[in-house]
Structure formats: C-alpha cells, structure tokens
Design a protein around this ligand. Structure first.
Ligand SMILES: C[S@@+](CC[C@H](N)C(=O)[O-])C[C@H]1O[C@@H](n2cnc3c(N)ncnc32)[C@H](O)[C@@H]1O
Length: 303
C-alpha cells in the first residue's frame, strides 16, 4: 500500500473527527495533495520508521484540539489568550513533551489543511520561480520541522539552507529527519532566536512561515529577515490572521497590516495570497486565514 493511502486509512480510523475535512481536501485537490503528502510522508517515514502513522496522528490530534478550542474561546473573548512571549516560550517551545506532538501536528497541517495546500501551491508557483536555478543559500526563520527548507532544497539541488528555531526539541527532530533523508550536508538546523539571528554572510533568499503571529514584535522578524538577505533577494513569508492558537500573540485582523510591516522592513511586495478554510460558520465573527507574501528586498526606497 502506498504511503498516502496508509496515512488516509490510519487517519480514517484514528482521527475520525478530523478525517472528513482531510478527505474533502484530498478529493478537491487530488494532484497537489497526493504529490505533497507523498513527499512529506516519505521524509517522516525515513526518520520515524514503521510507526510513522501513529506519531503523525497523535501530533495532529493534539494540535487540532488546541486550534479548535482556542478559536472557540477567541470568538467569545474577542482577543488571543496570551500576550506574553515568555509565558508561551515556557509552556510550549521549551516543553519537550508538548513540542514533540506540536511539531508533527504542524507538519501534517502543511498538506492536511485545504487552505494550506493553496498556500503551498502559491509557494511553488510564485516563490520558487523567483529563485535562480544554480547555487544559492536560503535562510528559514522559525523553521520548525524544516519542511519549507526541505521542500526548497529538494526542488533546487544546487541550494543549501540554514534553519533557525527557538525550540531545542524541534531542532533535534528536524536535524534528525534531514539526516535520515540524506539532506544534512545541504541543510543545517540550529537553535536560535529568529529576532536576533545574523548569518555569517548575506543569503540569496529567505523563508519565515507561521512565526509572525507568535511574536510580541513581529516587525522585528521582518527586519531581521531583510538584514540577512542580499539586495533584491526574495523571501516567502506567511502569517496567520484572526486564527487563535495557544501560542499566537500578535493578532492581525487585515492583510494590509502584514503588507505594511513588510514594506517598512525594506521589502517590495511581489505577490500576495490570502486563504481561508473552505467551510467556516457564517455566524462567526473571525475568519481564520493564512496570508502568504512573496517579497523582494529593496535596494532603494522604491525597489
Ligand atoms: C507554527 S510553527 C511553524 C514551523 C514552520 N515554519 C512551518 O511552517 O511548518 C512556529 C515555530 O516558530 C518557532 N519559534 C517561536 N518563536 C521563535 C523565535 N523567537 N525564534 C525562532 N523560532 C521561534 C517555534 O518553536 C515553532 O517551531
């Protein structure tokens, strides 16, 4: 049985509440879903071995439980639960048990969520063609499982990547997965703070996916990203809008808030895509969205 079918069968049996949305997503986006899931599941199997479906299902259930509960509480409260990064750091990123499950939950959401399949298509169709086909260096801030570094270097064999994450557990897991996939010569994952990181030399491109909303000062992330890139280097940045999770601190309500921050940090916005889950109750005030931007570091005030 192929990996995608094994994933679907396992989730149908062990993630019954969340499976119908995954199956709908697969049905509506068959080619992209199957292609992306097959790649990611192969990487997961290389590292986790035979028991990979159990680990992914356990992580996904843990993550989705928080996503759903947090969004319901957010509807009632009108704002995100946490305002302090230090509090979230202690209870999430610095807690190895929590991070072990969170890590795989976020990894699965890359293809299991329909609006994230659309974000991936935007990355593939609008960001990757901006990167030169020869050699290049990529910086991935808040890399988590390293999925975006792996996808980029997988597509561009002449490229290397460095990924930075504040969580020791995530760096341990992502480094081992890169090693198990034979990518450790081209990708280096290290523990560090994305707000202060400085690469020894400027990089050709940058990625920071789903980190902005986790920070008290997300504008600092974009300034750091710009500072690490060569002039006219491209970046792919995503952010969650009105989407609560236990570790989301900065609440963006409009796409333009993120656009303005990117422009103020020295970027030109090349392309923008905002995606939401296909079925969200009409009566809800907040629509959880994922915003993706393709950016280019400006050389002057204009471009
Ligand atoms: C939602 S996950 C996104 C992971 C990955 N970029 C992806 O899209 O799958 C957010 C990640 O940001 C990391 N993080 C949080 N604060 C950070 C900081 N100040 N510097 C670096 N990483 C941070 C967390 O540990 C977590 O792995």
């Amino acid at each position: 049985m192929n990996r995608v079918q094994r994933f679907l069968d396992h989730f149908a049996e062990h993630c019954q509440v969340y499976f119908p949305a995954i199956e709908e997503n697969r049905r509506r986006n068959e080619a992209t879903f199957t292609g992306l899931a097959e790649t990611l599941l192969e990487w997961a199997e290389n590292y986790l071995g035979e028991g990979w479906p159990e680990v992914l299902a356990d992580g996904y259930k843990f993550f989705l439980m928080d996503v759903n509960r947090s969004q319901i509480e957010y509807e009632r409260r009108g704002h995100y639960l946490h305002k302090s990064y230090d509090q979230v750091y202690q209870s999430v990123y610095n807690d190895p048990q929590c991070m072990n499950r969170y890590h795989w939950g976020v990894f699965v959401s890359t293809f299991a969520w329909e609006h994230h399949i659309q974000i991936y298509e935007f990355y593939r169709d609008r960001f990757l063609p901006c990167l030169p086909a020869g050699e290049g260096g990529l910086l991935d801030l808040g890399c988590g499982s390293g999925v975006w570094s792996l996808l980029t270097t997988h597509t561009l064999p002449g490229w290397t990547a460095e990924g930075i994450d504040i969580s020791e557990k995530s760096i341990e897991l992502s480094s081992r997965m890169a090693q198990a996939c034979g990518m450790n010569g081209r990708i280096r994952f290290s523990v560090g703070d994305a707000l202060t990181y400085r690469s020894p030399s400027p990089l050709n491109a940058g990625i920071s996916c789903f980190l902005m909303e986790h920070l008290e000062a997300p504008d600092r992330l974009l300034h750091t990203l710009a500072a690490n890139l060569s002039p006219r280097g491209h970046a792919f940045v995503t952010a969650a809008l009105t989407a609560a999770e236990v570790d989301h601190i900065s609440e963006f309500r409009r796409e333009s808030e993120v656009v303005r921050m990117a422009e103020d940090a020295g970027f030109r916005v090349v392309a923008l895509f905002s995606a939401a889950p296909p079925s969200h109750p009409e009566s809800h005030r907040f629509l959880p969205r994922s915003l993706a931007l393709v950016l280019q570091k400006r050389k002057n005030e204009i471009w």
